[in-house]
Design a protein around this ligand. Structure first.
Ligand code: OGA
Ligand code: ZN
Ligand code: ZN
Length: 386
């Protein structure tokens, strides 16, 4: 082992010990692949200029030192030289404690959230990036947000969708009307109540975000209900880990078909990410098709499915409120489940318009607004996936 001040090299790693006691360890290959010099990355756009196979297989650090400007300088076995500011290295600390701080943070909620609904006034949000960022941060933490004073002109929901992201056109068009009609293609277009569900699990990928904009709502009933699917999944995980595991492992088939369309997708009701955190919850009784799984597994899976469905009906998890004309709810369709109570179309009108967008554009907007408003990132290098 060679020693260069607080830097040690050898065995394929660069080890640093900081005056405060912080220890950092980076694999040689990892460090080299993060070189930001002008021959490794394009000076303008930061994109990589070499392929991983261009680096020698037996690459190692030959010399390393910390400079007066608190930068780690490494000379590699192939003669290349790289520099890493110490603050950058600390931000990318790969130790377990540091990595766990970067886990995605969400706030689980239940019916009590009614007192602090994540609301913004649409014209104010359009006019003020600070309002927009505040709303997007709440949306990100909670999995939905409400907009008020959205103009009650038909078609506006797609304009809102195109302002927050990019409307995803489907077989239903750029937007769809939710009202009670004769010969409905979908139970949503009747007056019956709808249990908590995510939309279109029969699509691959399912829509990331759903918007519902209220144009008319003077019919009695038709209240909106929202459920935090991540909270329900957490309750299942805590109370019955085996049931959780089955729903996260065994996919079921969802389907929608009409004269012109036949959409089929197979997915698990609960999806977990590489960190083991719940990444998505999809649940939809109307479009549940069948479970193609071994019979014995199916017996256990159905017990788990029923248990999860019961959880999703718990009144204490249901956030219930009324959408009034000009209100628009924006939901992460892979987290926040939605439904409505039945309404009476004989006693008044109820008309919503909806559309779908993908979630990545909203995420990008949030991160760009953090940059442009100079807002400190609350969780440092927090993983932003989802
Ligand atoms: C839908 C839906 C809810 C409502 O159309 O997907 O869930 O409040 N509608 O009518
Ligand atoms: Zn380089
Ligand atoms: Zn729906």
């Amino acid at each position: 082992m060679k020693e260069a001040g607080a830097v040690r090299l050898g065995d394929g790693y660069v080890d640093l010990s900081q005056p405060g006691g912080l220890r950092l360890r980076f694999a040689d290959y990892w460090l080299r692949d993060n070189c930001r010099c002008r021959s490794c990355r394009h000076a303008g756009n930061g994109q990589k200029l070499y392929a991983i196979t261009d680096l020698p297989a037996d690459l190692s650090a030959s010399e390393a030192a910390i400079t007066e400007s608190n930068t780690l300088r490494v000379l590699w076995s192939d003669g290349h030289c790289s520099e890493y500011p110490m603050a950058w290295l600390v931000e990318h600390d790969l130790a377990a404690v540091a990595r766990s701080k970067r886990l995605r943070q969400v706030e689980l909620w239940d019916r009590g959230l009614i007192a602090q609904l994540p609301v913004a006034d649409w014209p104010a949000l359009l006019a003020d990036p600070v309002v927009e960022l505040g709303w997007l941060e709440r949306y990100h933490a909670l999995g939905f947000g409400l907009l008020r004073s959205v103009p009650c002109e038909p078609g506006t929901v797609a304009e809102v969708g195109d302002r927050l992201g990019f409307v995803r056109v489907t077989n239903y068009g750029r937007l769809f009307d939710v009202r009670s009609v004769l010969n409905p293609s979908n139970l949503a277009y009747t007056a019956v109540g709808l249990g908590a569900h995510s939309d279109n699990p029969y699509r691959h990928p399912s829509p990331g975000v759903q918007l519902l904009h209220c144009l008319e709502s003077d019919a009695p009933g038709g209240d909106t209900l929202l459920i935090d699917g991540f909270h329900a999944a957490q309750l299942l995980r805590d109370g019955d880990p085996a049931a959780f595991d089955l729903l996260a492992r065994v996919p079921m088939t969802f389907r929608y078909s009409d004269a012109a369309t036949d959409l089929v997708a197979r997915q698990t009701l609960i999806s977990i990410d590489a960190d083991g955190l719940v990444r998505a919850v999809h649940f939809n009784n109307r479009s549940a098709d069948w479970l193609d799984a071994p019979a014995e597994l199916a017996a256990d899976w159905y017990r788990a499915y029923r248990k999860f469905a019961l959880l999703l009906q718990r009144p204490e998890l249901e956030l219930v409120f009324r959408l009034n004309p000009g209100d628009c709810v924006v939901m992460q369709n892979d987290r926040t489940l939605h439904g409505r109570t039945a309404f009476d179309p004989g006693l008044g009108r109820r008309h919503l318009q909806g559309c779908y967008i993908d979630g990545d554009a909203m995420q990008s907007r949030r991160l760009v607004l953090r940059r442009s408003t100079g807002t400190a990132t609350p969780h440092g290098m927090q993983r932003q996936d989802q």
